[in-house]
Design a protein around this ligand. Structure first.
Ligand code: ADP
Ligand code: MG
Length: 338
């Protein structure tokens, strides 16, 4: 089967003074046609560099990139069937919204009436037909984001690359755009490769996620598989809250050298049958749950999420807490990695 996008042992090394930066280090990855695929990782982990290599803005130092089975590794951006929505949107401030959206068609020599009709159609797709004659400076952040999207979609790319497109929006608008973007992607059936450092955004939007750590792809999986069965400590701690146990503590509590338990899988209960215990150090309120930090003598502290129910109260700081969990709450992590 031909993949929409395939990376095979792709690396990108930048010279930085006398040093070399391995921005992307031996990444292999297959993205399916029509998939919403997210590159997730901390700042500086190589996500943008990886996306730029797929778009053709940066050439790989080593490895091969194919799009629909065609080797594009050395091709310039315009020769690739992809388009990019940049983080800052890069709209032309002196042009109207309509002209911004129609820009690539103008460059291609499409007649004015035809390109404007197509641009209007795209503005309807992103639900903004009424602002066609405004300039970008007269738009809200969310509107600018949608114009950038329309402008990238007008060339009918097979793959759309999006680099933190919602990063500049406030939380409420970001959540709205997350759901709109996901709906639009389904409707158009285009392959999306989406970059974010926000785990909630990645979990809620993606078909699959690739986790980046220091230029390497640490794990590729569905959101649920990443959350329930992270392969490494890094993934466990980057996606969601995690209690990671190691050494004798892990062996005693979970029967494996390194293990993870999500805070919501731990329950506070009676001393009888408790797996471990400690002293409540801190409680934080999150609306639907309290996050309780339990300090243990000589061992790592443990986070527990206690659901908020009518009339319930969190345990008091200083109180002894007894921790319970089911056998299947503990997930073994790869002990070789850090
Ligand atoms: P991310 O998007 O995950 O934040 P980047 O891909 O932008 O990460 O950067 C990965 C690493 O490569 C960082 O250490 C960054 O400083 C470095 N880097 C990125 N672009 C360049 C460049 N043009 N020259 C030198 N180093 C770069
Ligand atoms: Mg980046």
């Amino acid at each position: 089967m031909t993949h929409a996008v395939s990376l095979s042992h792709v690396s990108c090394i930048f010279a930085s003074g006398k040093n070399q930066v391995r921005a992307v280090d031996g990444v292999s990855l297959d993205v399916q046609a029509g998939e919403f695929f997210t590159l997730l990782g901390p700042s500086g982990s190589g996500k943008t560099t990886c996306l730029r290599m797929i778009g053709g803005f940066t050439l790989p130092t080593a490895g091969t990139i194919t799009i629909n089975g065609q080797d594009v590794s050395q091709q310039p951006p315009y020769a690739r069937p992809v388009n990019t929505v940049f983080q800052d949107y890069a709209l032309f401030p002196h042009m109207t919204v309509l002209d911004n959206v129609a820009y690539s068609q103008m460059v291609k020599g499409v007649p004015k009436a035809a390109r404007e009709a197509k641009a209007m159609q795209l503005l309807e797709t992103v639900q903004l037909p009424e602002i066609a004659q405004r300039k970008p400076g007269q738009l809200s952040g969310g509107q600018r984001q949608r114009v950038a999207l329309a402008r990238a979609l007008i060339s009918e790319p097979q793959v759309l690359l999006l680099d933190e497109p919602l990063g500049a929006l406030d939380l409420k608008l970001r959540e709205q755009m997350q759901s709109e973007l996901k709906t639009l992607q389904r409707q158009l059936g285009i392959t999306f490769i989406f970059v974010t450092h926000d785990q909630h955004e990645a979990l809620s939007m993606s078909d699959r996620i690739g986790i980046f750590n220091k230029g390497r792809l640490e794990q590729v999986a569905t959101p649920q598989a990443l959350y329930d069965a992270p392969s490494t400590r890094f993934v466990a701690e980057f996606v969601g809250a995690a209690n990671v146990f190691d050494g004798d503590d892990a062996t005693r509590l979970c029967g494996t050298p390194v293990a993870m338990i999500r805070p919501e899988r731990i329950r506070l209960g009676a001393s009888d049958g408790a797996r471990t215990s400690g002293v409540v150090q801190e409680t934080q309120y999150f609306g639907t749950f309290w996050r309780v930090r339990v300090a243990r003598e000589g061992q790592a502290s443990v986070l527990v999420e206690v659901p908020v129910a009518a009339g319930s109260a969190p345990p008091s700081v200083g109180e002894t807490a007894y921790l319970h969990w089911a056998d299947d709450a503990a997930h073994a992590l790869n002990s070789a990695s850090t």
